[in-house]
Design a protein around this ligand. Structure first.
Ligand code: CA
Length: 219
């Protein structure tokens, strides 16, 4: 899943980006409110979640959030900030934030809150996405088929999660690329095909269908 991290503190930003990448998220990191707005305007449906600092150069997190909601953008927003005054917390939630975390916080707590927000979008059993005999656990990062564990790479995991979030719906190659790669990632033109090929080898060729001219979908 792709995450937009909006954080101007270089150390915190780098630490968060690394930790989230290790957790299998594709993380785009911007350091001010104007850049964040631009990223969200260019690709309104790409981000599963925005991690938003409030004290930001050029445009505050609160301003950005108000603008987004006024423009009808409903992307999940988790405010992550040093400000711990009740007034700031209330202002953030009133402006349309989905949750709030005060620095310093543990990475474990951040990860758990992110999972909680992300599962609001989709009907799931806890952290588990399921389609027929296939399950994918976003907390433990385990994939099983008919109860048998399946070893998948980080990219294969992200691709499978994107398909499982909308079972039956087709996702184009470009949509899948957007969900599993960040800006600046070197993406080979056939990268998605290669991941699909590998997933079919692991899960059976019937599991993922190719819809000619449209994209890919779970069977
Ligand atoms: Ca800041």
């Amino acid at each position: 899943m792709r995450i937009l991290l909006v954080e101007d503190d270089a150390m915190i930003g780098k630490t968060l980006a690394q930790a989230l990448t290790q957790d299998g998220y594709a993380v785009d990191h911007v350091v001010d409110g104007v850049a964040a707005r631009a990223a969200l305007d260019v690709a309104p449906d790409v981000y599963a979640l925005v991690l938003l600092d409030l004290g930001l150069p050029r445009k505050s997190g609160l301003e950005l959030l108000r603008e987004l909601r006024a423009a009808g953008n409903r992307v999940r927003v988790l405010i992550v900030t040093a400000r711990d005054a009740v007034a700031d917390r209330v202002a953030g939630l009133d402006a349309g934030a989905d949750d709030y975390l005060t620095k310093p916080f543990s990475l474990d707590e951040l990860a758990a809150r992110m999972r909680a927000l992300l599962r609001r979008d989709i009907a799931r059993e806890g952290n588990v996405l399921r389609h027929r005999e296939l399950t994918l656990d976003t907390a433990t990062r385990e994939v099983t088929q008919s109860g048998r564990p399946v070893d998948v790479s980080a990219r294969e995991f992200a691709l499978l999660a994107a398909l499982l979030e909308r079972p039956g719906a087709a996702l184009s190659k470009a949509q899948l690329e957007e969900r599993i790669y960040r800006w600046g990632d070197e993406v080979e033109s056939n990268a998605v095909e290669v991941h699909i090929h590998n997933l079919r080898k692991k899960l059976g060729s019937e599991t993922i269908r190719t819809l000619r001219g449209v994209g890919y979908a779970l069977a």
